[in-house]
Design a binder for this molecule. Sequence first.
Ligand SMILES: *Cc1c(COP(=O)(O)O)cnc(C)c1O
Length: 351
Amino acid sequence: MKPWEKNIRRVVPYVPGDQPKGDRLIKLNTNENPYPPAPGVERALREMETDGLRKYPDPAASALTGALADYYGVGQEQVFVGVGSDDVIGMAFLTFFNSEKPILFPDVTYSFYPVWADLFHIPYRTPALDEGFRIRKEDYFQENGGIIFPNPNAPTGLEMELEEIEEIIRHNQDVVVMIDEAYIDFGGRSALPLLEKYENLLIIQTFSKSRSMAGMRIGYAIGHPDLIGALHDVKYSYNSYTMNTPSLVLGAEAVKDEAYFKETLNKIIKTREETKVWMRELGFHFPDSKTNFLFASHERIPAEVIFEALKKEQIYVRYFKKPRLDNSLRITIGTDQEMAALRCFLQKMVR
Ligand SMILES: *Cc1c(COP(=O)(O)O)cnc(C)c1O
């Protein structure tokens, strides 16, 4: 070992899903939206002046926080934006999880949480989901240094009742409780109305799934101005210019077109419900998803076998080789055409 090596921060990084290349492939592995961003985004991109890139962007990202504040009916001082919700959540861990007590999140959940906790040396405990893959609210009534979980949860797709979420918050008013609502737009009930009652609640959402802009990297948090102020202090202590100029312009543009947003969401929800029906007919079972993916197991064929067979066909889904998850496939809801191709292949396979 070289002497300086003992000073390296040792981390086991998060592994994102594959981004395979090719035109013929069907990509159902990272929960991207199969539909393009709002038409106004394309227009704004075409009209963008490259001279604007000469200057630094607005460090406060006001165009974007303003558009989000208008859309959600909150104050602009209640909105924080970052480079995808990964950036927002990482910043929030750094800002709010500084207790000696462990933070809590489920054992089966977004696998980035333990990575940030390790990176920032935050102690954590991971209460197990029940046999039905549900979060047990009582597990979060113990002493802790903060709480985070997604609603709906990933990769299960299951939504938790808002009443149960409120019970968790009510039991934990001396720490920050973060709800990661990456998939809330696909039919779940957001915790946003609870912000009026609980100043320790932080809600995190993203443009990557429901708003068709994973490539733009935009995420945001909504919460009490004091929480948002603390996030800004940490951000300005690390990197003042997280949001680039195109992301500010195009992100604001996307938020303005509510009609298009609702239209694509409804298309995905309709395709998801149809997919549930034919997948059950083929012998698959899954928790009842309120997201843009299904977490499915087959009654007979191991998930890994199906995963490899699909990959040979250039149909990419996500497979996690981890305890409790290794007999399921996380399948993103694509277009009707993509789902038809998947159905056609699976029909042959399970026969
Ligand atoms: C996709 C996802 C995120 C992060 O998405 P960004 O692209 O960084 O905005 C965060 N949490 C969950 C649960 C996700 O599935």
